[in-house]
Design a protein around this ligand. Structure first.
Ligand code: PEP
Ligand code: MG
Length: 888
């Protein structure tokens, strides 16, 4: 079966533009743009992302019509190039490369030098007068095609290359002669035939067909899946395929290849562009870190004309894209070719500096910089710990400072192990010779990455920068001794499991745990960005905080109030938990009141601290919402203990009583059980104690400071108007009583959380009892999807993400299509009854940029998130307000 898409599936580079990323992918759209700008780009064409999705959805059959369109564009390419694919005398060679809408560096597959076979390689040698180059290209093609298209383990090819180098006493592959490479081609073909049970394909059109399919298939490989999940990239975008005439960086000393950034991607510094290059090499050598590249500045002396032209071109690209660019180039016999440009990945400090400096240079306005040059999520990295340089010991080795921040962890040599131990909450440093995209899952699990090879543009560096993880690369002193599970560095032996520290900012590697300093929150570029965001945003940003310390920190990050103070979290400490347990296990009201009386002073002191720290800003205090299983002693432990006591013939009656009570309170679904307002309907004295503590604390703070605290009392897990009506009356009555007793009056609000679908559906009724709503989207997600918050993430939810049933974890990013509808509907219905009702969100989604955008669209008044995400939320709220505004 083949699928019909019914639209144009292939575009010549001259037919596209940078606006066409959806259809042509980032790479295709950008080579088209460079073609339009008249830059030296090798010719070619792009097969669309729609063709890819039709292929993947249609059971891995090429969509009908694709073959014919490829033939047509290939014929045009052959005509323009003056060469034909498979020509025996002068063959056209092409690269076949993936390119999705969002750049996924190295995650998918590329095949270079396609079109070579046993006969055309002779033609290429003849035409160029360079047999060494021809055979080098052919052996590269066989191994890439073998690996990417035919699934032959690339280690087999690498092993044959190493053997050949050893036999010839060659230290690098450039030292091998034409004859050596011819022999290597024969060996590679044998490997291919042995592994595949068929000869290496000789028909170039069949090679092309197979390569196109392989690129489509690579959209679904594990590393692409991992990368998409990490970056919230939807599966159904698909990848485009770019077929481009090859130019060669491996024809000799006047040829080369490299990658470069228009500004320093670690520091953000403008000035000389910066990057790496290799003479006499093809692109994959640089990115894979196989040979250690030279700094770009040296190109000025090696090939000055090409260098000049490159610098000029990069300037033009930066001005065109109005963003820092990351380019790939090849120089063939002294002539420069641009292969790719894209917005460059950058460290968080670089991101902030580039945004500010581009505004100061007049390249973009501050609104554009905020909208287009700032990644809100990346701001978190500015809050990463750094090495305490003044107190750090001498490093045992130095490498390239590839991704900033410092990390401490146990050495792990395998990606699978790093993933496993990382998931178990251990801190590990992944140490590799070099990383490849196959290591991605391990890099995700690790605190930091250390490699023996590669520079700032190696895979390890680029991926680590994107993930915001510290990395040190190119520590050439590392010698691995894998049979012993150890390495030696600077005369020290470090075994798997030994703790080391890496300093991705300075490039040092340290034995043991080196001293770290907390991050600087006063980055001057970040302060400017936050000013832009605060000027643009409509949403207010509050923080979730349960202690005076958290409240203080939240204010330092710019929180404009507390959106959620979870009072049950105040009871988790050693001195309080036993009293809470007594309160819950109490035999009757009298016992419960006695425990509550002992809890009250703790609560009151905490409230005083928080209200003081917030100095007149609004503070939403949620009354007790303890899922009982988090507070009760374990039923199993108690049962075993009492059973053992019975066996011994003497049972502590108090234990027996506790067991009976725990049995009585035990629930199979505690998250759907005696929680929130249900508990207070049963035991109203609990909320009474809390209200008394709140009112007393507020009156005390006002007396002490002269500032009026703004208190908002919040009732959790409401589903019925009557629950709120009853509890609101309790709250008001108790507040009145305390105010009378203390001889002081104060105003405060009473509102509710919207955490269950029924509350959202009946929002118009519930709003009659509420001064405000706060969407508790953690529970609202749990109750709408019927996904247990406590269980789903380790289990089926992971599979749902892998299988693209879900495109993001709904507990991190709000499920706009489902849960979002309830939020929208509840907001509209509530406002139709109480137009001035205050609306906010306090689930984890309140700190997630995509969810914040939705909150802005729905018109909520504020979002509330953890203190460390307050700055992210301020920026995301500013961006949400600017989304969709036109570029100047
Ligand atoms: C929520 O459910 O979204 C919420 C904020 O409350 P909690 O996480 O404490 O249940
Ligand atoms: Mg909740």
């Amino acid at each position: 079966m083949s699928t019909t898409v019914g639209t144009k599936l292939v575009y010549d580079f001259s037919e596209g533009s940078r606006e066409m990323r959806d259809l042509l992918g980032g790479k295709g759209a950008n080579v088209a743009e460079m073609t339009r700008l008249g830059l030296p780009v090798p010719r070619g064409f792009t097969i669309t992302t729609e063709a890819c999705m039709a292929y993947l959805r249609g059971g891995h059959q090429l969509p009908s019509g694709l073959d014919a369109e490829v033939d047509e564009h290939l014929a045009r390419l052959e005509e323009e190039a003056g060469r034909r694919l498979g020509d025996l005398a002068d063959p056209l060679l092409v690269s076949v490369r993936s390119g999705a809408k969002f750049s996924m560096p190295g995650m998918m597959d590329t095949v270079l030098n396609l079109g070579l076979n046993d006969r055309s390689v002779e033609g290429l040698a003849e035409r160029t007068g360079n047999p060494r180059f021809a055979y080098d290209s052919y052996r590269r093609f066989i191994s890439m095609f073998g690996d990417v298209v035919a699934g032959v383990d690339k280690a087999a090819f690498e092993h044959a290359l190493d053997e050949m180098k050893e036999a010839r006493g060659a230290s690098a592959d450039v030292d091998l002669s034409a004859d050596d490479l011819r022999e290597l081609v024969a060996r590679y073909k044998e490997i291919y035939e042995r592994e595949r049970g068929e000869e290496f394909p000789q028909d170039p059109r069949a090679q092309l067909d197979a390569a196109i399919r392989a690129v489509f298939d690579s959209w679904d490989n594990r590393r692409a899946q991992d990368y998409r999940r990490l970056n919230n990239i939807p599966w159904d975008l698909g990848t485009a395929v770019n077929v481009q005439q090859m130019v060669f960086g491996n024809t000799g000393e006047r040829s080369g290849t490299g990658v470069a950034f228009t500004r320093n991607n670690t520091t953000g510094e403008a000035g000389e562009p910066f990057g790496d290059f290799l003479i006499n090499a093809q692109g994959e050598d640089v990115v894979a870190g196989i040979r250690t590249p030279r700094p770009l500045a040296e190109l000025a002396t090696v090939l000055p004309e090409a260098y000049e032209q490159l610098i000029e071109t990069m300037g033009l690209l930066e001005r065109t894209y109005r963003n820092m660019q990351d380019v790939e180039f090849t120089i063939e016999d002294g002539r420069l070719y641009m292969l790719q440009t894209r917005n460059g990945q950058r460290s968080a400090p670089a991101m902030a500096r580039i945004a500010v400096e581009m505004v100061d240079e007049g390249l973009v306005t501050s609104d554009e910089a905020l909208r287009d040059l700032v990644d809100a999520e990346q701001v978190r990295q500015l809050l990463l710990p750094q090495l305490d340089v003044t107190n750090a010991p001498e490093p045992v080795a130095r490498g390239v400072n590839a991704s900033p921040g410092a990390a401490v962890g146990a050495v792990v040599f395998e990606a699978d192990e790093a993933e496993r131990r990382g998931k178990a909450g251990e801190r590990v440093i992944l140490v590799r010779d070099e990383t490849t995209p196959d290591d991605l899952h391990g890099m995700i699990g690790a605190q930091g990455i250390l490699t023996a090879r590669g520079g700032k543009t190696s895979h390890a560096a680029i991926v680590a920068v994107g993930m915001g993880k510290p990395a040190v690369t190119g520590v050439s002193e590392i010698e691995f001794d894998m049979s012993e599970g150890a390495m030696s560095v600077g005369g020290h032996r470090i075994a798997a499991g030994d703790v080391i520290t890496i300093d991705g900012t300075g490039g040092g590697v340290f034995l043991g745990e080196a001293p770290l300093v907390p991050p600087q929150a006063d980055n001057p570029h970040l302060i400017r960005i936050l000013e832009w965001a605060d000027g643009a945003r409509r949403l207010r940003v509050r923080s979730n905080a349960d202690t005076p310390e958290d409240a203080q920190r939240a204010r330092e990050f710019g929180a404009e109030g507390i959106g959620l103070c979870r009072t049950e979290h105040m009871f988790f400490t050693e001195d309080r938990l036993p009293i809470v347990q007594e309160m819950i296990l109490a035999a009757g009201e009298a016992e419960r009141l006695e425990a509550l009386a002992r809890l009250r002073p703790f609560q009151e002191e905490d409230f005083v601290g928080i209200l003081r720290a917030m100095d007149g800003l609004p503070v939403t205090i949620r009354l007790l919402d303890p899922p009982l299983h988090e507070f009760l002693p374990s039923l199993t432990d108690l049962t075993v203990s009492v059973a053992l006591q019975r066996e011994r013939g003497s049972v502590d009656p108090e234990d027996e009583r506790r067991l009976a009570r725990v049995q009585e309170l035990h629930e199979l679904n505690p998250m759907l059980g005696m929680r929130g307002c249900r508990l207070a309907i049963e035991w109203p004295e609990v909320y009474r104690m809390q209200v008394a503590a709140i009112v007393s604390a507020a009156l005390r703070v006002r007396e002490e400071t002269g500032t009026e605290p703004q208190v908002e009392i919040m009732i959790p897990l409401v589903a019925f108007e009557d629950e709120l009506r009853i509890l609101r009356a309790e709250v008001m009555a108790e507040a009145e009583r305390v105010m009378e007793e203390r001889g002081g009056r104060m105003d405060f609000l009473v509102g509710t959380m919207i955490e269950v679908p029924r509350a959202a559906l009946t929002a118009a009724e519930i709003a009659r009892q509420a001064d405000f709503f706060s969407f508790g989207t953690n529970d609202l997600t749990q109750t709408t999807l019927a996904f247990s918050r406590d269980d789903a993430e380790g289990k089926f939810l992971t599979r749902y993400l892998q299988r693209n049933i879900l495109s993001a974890n709904p507990f991190e990013t709000l499920d706009v299509a489902g849960v979002g509808q309830l939020v929208r509907m509840a907001s509209e219905r509530a406002r139709s009854v109480v137009p001035a009702i205050k609306l906010g969100i306090c689930g984890e989604h309140g700190g997630d940029p995509a969810s914040i955008r939705f909150c802005h669209e729905v018109g909520l008044d504020y979002v509330s998130c953890s203190p460390y995400r307050v700055q992210i939320a301020r920026i995301a709220a500013g961006q949400a307000a600017l989304a969709g505004t036109p570029s100047g």
